[in-house]
Design a protein around this ligand. Structure first.
Ligand SMILES: Cc1cc2nc3c(=O)[nH]c(=O)nc-3n(C[C@H](O)[C@H](O)[C@H](O)COP(=O)(O)OP(=O)(O)OC[C@H]3O[C@@H](n4cnc5c(N)ncnc54)[C@H](O)[C@@H]3O)c2cc1C
Length: 449
């Protein structure tokens, strides 16, 4: 019986295993050095915040794996011998495969800062990071202050986690405004304000120079590069992005760049070896997507796709239109299609923007100024329907169409009762148009293109 071995039990690896089982009788082994059972990485923060126990982050009961004949092996793979189709583990044991799927995820970036390996310096990625945080920041008696370095989505989550235990937080962000390489200025500035309202000491345009140690090798303070200011702290969270977790693959014959290089079928240069999830890097970007996409749902899609190929139905990875969602403290964020920041705006890309005068609610719709084609939308504090935007993007609808039928896209009828006319009136005023907002229609919503 063909033996499929998957390194990594995250969303990508586990989705592949489940779909291979659905479609075949092959022998499946999933290897992980982190935990025996799959858990939801995106839910880790809620464990520290006391909203759930770690066991509750595991979507499947422990018996699921035996019942579905998916063998789980705990262990760290040190080496892959592709000539002999063999994995070599840290304890020198080995495992043979017929087909191999590499799904080893990411690791937090470290940029060679002095003191980056001291006790109390941690990333926020693996279960072990959570345990480390629990050890060094159980409360505000033990941890008098934490410093977070790097202003992305994981940084703001870590800040929220620490604040939930009333631990003072200083947040160092290299950019002039939070996440302004991704978000338009209106949104980025709203998030700056929101962070400060949560009593987080946000330092923009600020870089870390070094982390200083006490006499026991524990974090004592950090020093800011620009000013030389020293800030005393007991924990330093390094959240300046992630990199594919593939160091151990560099010694194999599998081609790598930043990640494991794959073609559109998620195949590597070596026959019978595939890579999926955060660790996979496309040779060439698919549309405007990045060659590496470290997000949950793309890992799931790649897992489903590779399972098809492995089960004899060769399938190309086609991720469709970009979307994502996240939370910035209390503000929900969704994005569909492409909305580039002012720093990365594409030729001819224009915005229509609306912001509530007092609440943390705003919209940016991006469109092509010449063709009027709708390109994408960011929403903060409002829930939108994914399938509607997906349809409009596929049908190349115009910005005017999006505004006219915006009520079909919203999940929250109250929002539009209050603001819909305001949004359309603003657009009409700015563009000299006369768009009449249509009432929500379930018929339109459920009619396929
Ligand atoms: C705090 C946090 C919040 C996030 N929030 C969001 C969000 O809101 N939305 C979103 O889309 N994405 C979010 N992400 C990103 C998302 O979680 C990742 O994109 C996704 O989990 C990656 O899945 P994966 O299966 O590729 O890899 P992983 O989940 O990283 O799994 C890889 C596994 O492989 C194991 N492994 C690695 N090397 C070896 C080896 N040599 N031997 C054995 N095992 C090995 C690792 O230990 C790990 O268990 C978040 C990430 C974090 C850390």
């Amino acid at each position: 019986m063909e033996h499929i071995v998957i390194i990594g039990n995250g969303i990508a690896g586990i989705t592949a295993a489940r779909h291979i089982r659905k479609n075949s009788d092959k022998k499946i082994t999933v290897v992980s050095a982190e935990t025996k059972y799959f858990f939801s990485r995106t839910a880790l923060m809620y464990v520290y915040m006391g909203h759930m126990k770690f066991e509750h982050t595991q979507p499947y009961e422990n018996w699921f794996w035996d019942k579905n004949r998916i063998d789980l092996k705990e262990g760290f793979v040190n080496n892959i011998n592709t000539d002999e189709k063999k994995l070599i583990f840290a304890d020198a044991s080995t495992l043979n495969y017929d087909k191999l799927i590499i799904a080893t995820g990411s690791k937090p970036n470290k940029f060679g800062w002095k003191g980056q390996d001291l006790e109390g310096v941690l990333g926020m990625y693996h279960k072990q990071d959570l345990e480390n945080l629990e050890k060094h920041a159980p409360n505000n008696e033990v941890c008098k202050r934490a410093v977070i370095v790097g202003g992305g989505l994981i940084g703001i989550e870590l800040a929220e986690m620490l604040r939930s235990r009333k631990i003072p937080v200083t947040f160092l962000v290299r950019e002039t405004s939070f996440w302004n390489g991704v978000l338009p200025a209106q949104e980025s500035e709203m998030i700056n304000k929101h962070i400060k309202e949560h009593h987080i000491d946000l330092r923009l345009s600020t870089n870390l120079r070094e982390i200083r140690s006490d006499e026991n090798g524990k974090v004592k303070s950090i020093v800011i590069d620009e000013t030389g200011e020293e800030i005393e702290c007991n924990v330093v969270g390094l959240t300046a992005g992630v990199t594919p977790n593939i160091d151990f693959i560099k010694t194999s014959k599998i081609d790598t760049k930043r990640g494991v290089l794959v073609n559109r079928f998620l195949e590597t240069n070596i026959l019978d070896v595939f890579a999926i999830g955060d660790c996979a890097e496309q040779h060439e970007a698919i549309g405007q997507r990045r060659t590496i996409e470290a997000v949950w749902y793309t890992g799931r899609m790649m897992g489903e796709t590779v399972a098809q190929t492995i089960c004899g139905n060769k399938t190309e990875y086609k991720p469709g239109h970009w979307f994502n969602s996240a939370k910035f403290l209390d503000i929900e964020y969704q994005t569909y299609g492409w909305v580039f920041s002012e720093r990365t705006k594409q030729e001819n890309e224009s915005y229509f923007q609306w912001q509530h005068p007092t609440k943390n609610t705003c919209i940016t719709i991006s469109y092509n100024a010449t063709s009027r084609q709708f390109l994408g939308i960011n929403t903060f504090g409002i829930r939108m329907r994914h399938e509607i935007f997906d349809k409009w993007l596929s049908e190349n609808k115009s910005i005017e169409h999006v505004l006219e039928f915006l009520s079909d896209a919203n999940f929250d009828p109250e929002f539009y009762k209050l603001y819909e006319s305001e949004i359309v009136a603003k657009f009409n005023q700015e563009n000299g148009t006369n768009i009449n907002l249509q009432k929500k229609s379930w018929k339109r919503i459920f009619t396929k293109a």
